[in-house]
Write a protein that binds this ligand. Sequence first.
Ligand code: SIN
Length: 293
Amino acid sequence: MKITPLSAVGAEVTEVDVRALTDTQDAQLKAAFAQHGLLIFRGQDLTETDHVALAERWGQINTNRFFKAHADYPQIALVEKMPDQIQNIGGDWHTDHSYDQIPALGSILVARTLPETGGDTWFASMYRAFDQLSNGLKTLLQTLNAVHSAKHVFGNQSEYMQTNMSQKRMRRPDLADALPDPVHPVVVRHPLSGRPVLYVNPGFTIRFDGWTQEESAPLLNFLYQSAVVDDQVQVVDWRPGTIAFWDNRATWHFAQNDYPGQTRSMHRITIEGEALQAHQSLQTRPKDAAPGR
Ligand code: SIN
């Protein structure tokens, strides 16, 4: 198995069959996932059953509440755009499930039908998004929490839901409207690597806790813009046999919508994560606490 870091975010994994991982390969992949936050596998041949089995190696599957599910595999969410559809799913910077109290670990996306050109997915690193900030801003952010929500994206009043509902790609807006908006630390101690990650995103973060939306917007927008400077964005092209496995705590992603009149059909399985803890700065960490990994 060969793991080659990509230029901006993630690593490409080749010379492996993910249907038959050895324990050693499994351990190497888990280490690479914690380090890079994104693994791109090429040349794989996965059935739906294989996809489910691969996801289960990493944790419990989160059955998606809002996306249309595969007819025979409810664990598989369909991320589809048909020739007559204008809007795609995931067509802006976001991380999946930050609107949950316990956000998902990550998602495994398998290409099923691809457009002739276009349909890339862009990724950004939230390790880097935090690391590049000034010490002053880092210290401020480490004192803040942010409120996240699914309502404006998947709820009854969302434009996204109106469009996609009518095209039968989405469901259960009532569940989004009933979901309590969780509060997460703005700087999270990454559960696998122990490193600080910036945990706000344009898709689902609505404001800083204790701040109004108007007060929050300028700082959030600054963070969003500085996280996706061109040379820090990883463009991932899809080919038959490509699988992307991203960490929802360490990365954002953005599905490009540049293939009008063509079909793009992907299968996504999302894996449950764990409650997120704040990453405390050295100044604020209690004296007897263990040093961060
Ligand atoms: C998503 O946002 O989960 C979908 C990404 C993609 O289709 O490339």
